[in-house]
Design a protein around this ligand. Sequence first.
Ligand code: SF4
Length: 338
Amino acid sequence: MIFRTPSYYSRFRCIAGDCRDSCCIGWEIDIDDDTAAYYASVEGEFGRRLHDNISGGCFVLGRDERCPFLNQQNLCDIYTELGEEHLCQICSDHPRFYEWFGDVKEGGLGLSCEAAAALILSEDMTLTEEEIQEDDFGECDGGLYSLLLSAREVIFSHLDSDSLLTALCTALDFAEALQQALDSCEYTLPEWTETSAPAAADSAGVIWFYTSLEQISPDWAPALRASGELPAGELTADDTAMLKRIAVYFIYRYFMKGAHDGEILSRVKLAAVSVYIIARLRRRGSDMLLTAKNYSKEAEYCEENVEALCDAFYDLDIFTTARIKGLLHEELDPGGIS
Ligand code: SF4
């Protein structure tokens, strides 16, 4: 099987006690069956501690929703006592994610972890491939997979060569045309060309929608509302480079899921609107890495929120392709120069 990953993938290291927003706080952690069986077999005092702190297949979260095995130094007692190999699947995988397409497996790092975000934002993504031994081939329509792989390459190459605004606006039209083709069972790549004009954005409606989603941190909704208090300003070259990498991250992670369900337009909209929201939160001078990490944690790492967003991209007038283009123009080109 081919295993495809961004080049930075293998350099990820958890920063554990130095992490400012540990993934061991605030999340329900499901324990897979094999690990649960192993934990049930552990004897002695630590075995009793495991028994007392697991219920319904999850760790029983303590005060401030801390994992009961996260100690005062923010280090994991299971890791220390039993070894890394006895972490449950979710703890050993996070923040890595995987997707299977026949005999190809794609992997990456999730933006919700600050150590992963530092890698994602610090370099332009290149993909590497290696052969791995894995038998669990997922099913996949080979023709659709190849078409979407080519389409993703087109989007990546324009995110690399064009301005962020032009690349995202054209990617939206490209995805709209490709979605129409797929819906008509035509497996052909449309031309890469901007075919529609931006429409007036409803930024207040978009922010309202985001604040109506499930919230993880109590600071998130106030930060979203406050993001409009300052006007959009010119982005620095560094900011633009990081926003491009964020767009590449969302396209890499979500676009190919269309090979499973034929749905690609909402995934390109997710990339475009995510760039808009993160850029907007930057107006108040917040750190891009933490802003992107917080956005990912709130909007991306809650399955219900991703589903609600993808539904809204179809159902709500504030998220038409033309109006998303309007949002991007408002935020990325406030002077209207591009
Ligand atoms: S969020 Fe990332 S860096 Fe922080 S504890 Fe979790 S894996 Fe480690």
